[in-house]
Ligand binder design. Structure first.
Ligand SMILES: Cc1ncc(COP(=O)(O)O)c(C=O)c1O
Length: 348
């Protein structure tokens, strides 16, 4: 990235496929995946299931589609789903949980994205003619709106115990699950083992152009495959999507630690600006959220001022701004971003 180019910190979804990925796309062996005949898709799905130590996997078009299919595959219409009140499913998926899946979302507040098992226990009402049947709990790891915070295997295990007591399924929106594993310095299997099923995205920090994977038991994935068809997500020569996914799983995970280091650098730089409030304890992976109300402007105006300085960020709420590090963002870009924010605050 040269100095005249935009430094795009809006999201890790802006990453472009690497040269290895483009080569892999060119070389990919293809077939019709609706017939189950795309060898590259089959290879990626096998690899994804192995990585998470689950029975099977399914390539879908996006994280949103993965979440919707999982909700539907884990429940029946009219069921109640417990989820975190700031979760992506609840906030950013246009209410597909209700509009398409026909489910009742039951949002609970959390501490940095981690639900308290006691709150979950309290939310589960007894079997009664009046109440919908609770069927599923959803976790999000890392947690986007909480600023990329991580949930540990022990926290997941404690929630699993509540799920087992009440015969609920446990699903994890692991769009950035590899960021969590890298931050905790553990094998991703440790995060997957206490949930029934999960999804992760190829198209975020792992740099693929498109695609997410659902992972779980054979019967869950079989239902998911049929639901994907219903939702128009059956793809033909999807090996061109799967090929960079294989490259991502084989070679793009370990480098996420660089994004985490850059996020920390960015957060620490921002924390030295008096007018800005940032909770450094929330900066655990590649997302940095901060409060700019001390600058006396809205986050929309702040973001447009930053854009004039060639830095792109996202206005999350009236006062909250988000920046995300990813491949292509180096230490020098972080320094420029901090300098630009410093400029804005001193120009006021
Ligand atoms: C935690 C989480 N889940 C799901 C999604 C949805 O992924 P997609 O944009 O591929 O639909 C996102 C996207 O940012 C996310 O952050």
């Amino acid at each position: 990235m040269s100095s005249v180019e935009l430094i795009d910190l809006r999201s890790d979804t802006v990453t472009l496929p690497t040269r290895d990925m483009l080569d892999a796309i060119r070389r990919a062996k293809l077939g019709d995946d609706v017939f189950g005949e795309d060898p590259t898709v089959n290879e990626l799905e096998k690899l994804a299931a192995e990585k998470m130590c689950k029975e099977a996997a399914l390539l879908v078009t996006s994280g949103t589609q993965a979440n919707l299919i999982s909700l539907m595959s884990n429940t029946k219409r009219g069921d109640l789903v417990i989820l975190e009140s700031e979760s992506h499913i609840y906030w950013y998926e246009r209410g597909g949980i209700s509009m398409i899946a026909g489910l009742l979302p039951w949002p609970l507040k959390s501490n940095m994205g981690a639900l308290d098992p006691l709150d979950i226990e309290a939310a589960i009402r007894p079997q009664n003619l009046h109440f919908p049947e609770p069927a599923l709990m959803c976790l999000e790891n890392t947690h986007n709106r909480h600023g990329g915070t991580v949930i540990t295997p022990n926290q997941i295990k404690a929630i699993r115990e509540v799920a087992d007591t009440h015969n609920l399924k446990l699903y994890m929106d692991g769009a950035r699950i590899f960021n969590a594993a890298i931050a905790l310095k553990i094998n991703v299997k440790e995060l997957a083992k206490h949930v029934d099923n999960l999804m992760f995205c190829l198209s975020k920090g792992l740099c693929c152009p498109v695609g997410s994977l659902l992972v779980g038991a054979y019967d869950f994935i079989e239902r998911a495959r049929k639901l994907r068809k219903v939702l128009g997500g059956g793809m033909r020569q999807a090996g061109i999507i799967a090929a960079p996914g294989i490259v991502a799983l084989e070679s793009m995970i370990d480098r996420l630690s660089e994004d985490h280091k850059n996020a920390r650098r960015l957060a620490e730089g921002i924390s030295r600006i008096d007018e800005i409030k940032i909770d450094l304890s929330c900066v655990q992976t590649n997302i940095v959220c901060f409060d700019i109300s001390g600058l006396g402007m809205t986050s929309e105006s702040f973001v447009s001022m930053l854009r004039k300085k060639c830095i792109l960020a996202l206005a999350m709420t009236k006062n909250k701004v988000r920046m995300v590090t990813h491949k292509g963002i180096e230490e020098e870009h972080v320094e420029k971003a901090v300098a630009a924010i410093n400029n804005i605050s001193s120009e006021l």
